[in-house]
Design a protein around this ligand. Structure first.
Ligand code: NDP
Ligand code: 8X3
Length: 251
């Protein structure tokens, strides 16, 4: 039987690499994001690998758009085996007293509410099949806090809590929930966080070797290819040069 994975935030970084790796191991893909051009490019690459792909362009912060995208799925795309809740972002590094409310809302609406909206639509499809695997991309920022990380850390702590809570709700439906908490990964993440300042983004990784999007994709693929009776609940993955949120060894 065809295996389908839905990956949110597939236009870049971790989501894009995961889509390509999943295609390599035989998954057909539903890929989502807001940038249609990038979705189309990725779709072409996936088709070149001989897999079927459905690009869905929507803003995950908008509950009605998420609901419509999933309700409109043709029958053949509804048997989703894996949901990777990856779409997310950090915006800004201000201390709490100088925080920009629009930045806070973008993070809360995307990282927490967006993840909830799509899970609310996909979980019933998995329950119908009494089978599925939800992979939530949290962060080391969901385990620890650091100066200027305030609201981003709060959203990722929420993801961490939701992974635990979903696992209890999904238990009787034979649906696995895996929480993945990476440290520094060089993607568009820091460019988004520093609002397009590529110099500031580059400095985040100065003098150290960060993780790559493919390191995280490999980890996700490992988690979703365990035997049916095995669930990896929680994976923390760090660059060797990063001990925790605050200690980074730079040469
Ligand atoms: P990228 O910026 O490279 O990718 C983020 C993805 O999220 C893009 O595809 C983007 O698509 C999508 N996205 C953002 N906002 C929305 C939205 N409103 N609606 C739909 N899609 C959206 O960053 P990463 O690959 O690094 O980030 C992926 C996940 O990994 C995030 O949840 C991040 O918090 C987490 N993470 C990242 C780490 C890092 O150091 N890079 C470390 C730990 C966790 P588009 O812009 O096309 O909408
Ligand atoms: C991204 C990792 O350390 O910038 O989630 O918060 S960190």
């Amino acid at each position: 039987m065809k295996k389908i994975a839905l990956i949110t935030g597939a236009t870049s970084g971790i989501g894009r690499a995961t889509a390509l790796r999943a295609a390599e191991i035989g998954y057909d893909l539903i890929i989502t994001g807001r940038r249609q051009e990038l979705l189309n490019e990725l779709a072409t690459e996936i088709r070149r690998q001989g897999r079927e792909v459905l690009p869905l362009c929507f803003d995950i912060r908008k509950a009605e758009e998420v609901k419509k995208a999933v309700t409109d799925l043709e029958e053949k795309w509804q048997n989703i085996a894996v949901l990777v809740n990856n779409a997310g972002l950090a915006v800004g590094t201000s201390p709490i007293q100088e925080g920009i409310i629009d930045d806070w809302e973008r993070m809360i609406d995307t990282n927490v509410k967006g993840l909830l909206y799509i899970t609310r639509e996909i979980a019933p499809l998995m329950i119908r099949n009494n089978n599925g695997h939800i992979v939530n991309i949290a962060s080391i920022a969901g385990k620890e806090v650091y100066p200027g990380g305030n609201v981003y850390c709060a959203t990722k702590h929420a993801v961490d809590a939701l992974s635990k809570a979903m696992r209890t709700d999904m238990l009787k439906h034979n649906i696995k929930v895996t929480n993945i908490a990476p440290g520094m990964v060089e993607t568009e993440f820091s460019i988004v966080r520093y609002k397009g300042d590529t110099e500031a983004a580059k400095n985040v990784y100065k003098g150290m070797t960060p993780l790559t999007n493919e390191d995280i994709a490999d980890t996700i693929i490992f988690a979703i290819t365990r035997p049916a009776h095995v669930c990896l609940n929680d994976i923390v993955i760090m660059p060797t040069a990063q001990a925790n949120s605050r200690d980074v060894c730079r040469k």
